[in-house]
Design a protein around this ligand. Sequence first.
Ligand SMILES: CC(C)(COP(=O)(O)OP(=O)(O)OC[C@H]1O[C@@H](n2cnc3c(N)ncnc32)[C@H](O)[C@@H]1OP(=O)(O)O)[C@@H](O)C(=O)NCCC(=O)NCCS
Length: 154
Amino acid sequence: MIFAGYATDPEVTRYLLWKPHKSINDTVDFLARCYFLIQERVAFPFSITMKGTDELVGMTEMRIAGSRIDLGYVLGRKHWNQGIMTEAVQQLIAVGFQEPTIFRVGATCHTENIASARVLEKAGMVREGILRCYSLFPNLGPTPEDVYSYAITK
Ligand SMILES: CC(C)(COP(=O)(O)OP(=O)(O)OC[C@H]1O[C@@H](n2cnc3c(N)ncnc32)[C@H](O)[C@@H]1OP(=O)(O)O)[C@@H](O)C(=O)NCCC(=O)NCCS
């Protein structure tokens, strides 16, 4: 579902930090990385499924950095603009703040990724500013690009 659903789609991966998967081996490697991150307790990937089905339509990831959680997320294109990721991000914020040691949940997104910025705003995060030349986007070019920094605090 990851491979066929979204990981090979260049529209989906345009503003992500990874290139579209070329073969199922890329997806297998990705899942091995997920397993490693969970084992090491540095990040927690979650799959998003539609209510009442086992269909995986996207994923989120919570990356733990001390008293902070940084979020990442992706959704298959046919499920865009139905409020799914806003609901998912709201849930991640709620879960994150249940941890007494976590005081901030944040995310960055490319300044042209309007849908992602909107998700973060609808989930209650505040745009803190622009981090200039901050992240390399392998599907856009070889130089780092500007991103918005968003966060919500406890
Ligand atoms: C970003 C992404 C996760 C959004 O998920 P989603 O479930 O479609 O988001 P939601 O439906 O909750 O909200 C999307 C909002 O963006 C708006 N939007 C989407 N495209 C837009 C555009 N081109 N211009 C203006 N607004 C746009 C929608 O109208 C909606 O806002 P609204 O509810 O006020 O109408 C999804 O588009 C995606 O997976 N993109 C590719 C991967 C990616 O970019 N991940 C984020 C990396 S930071």
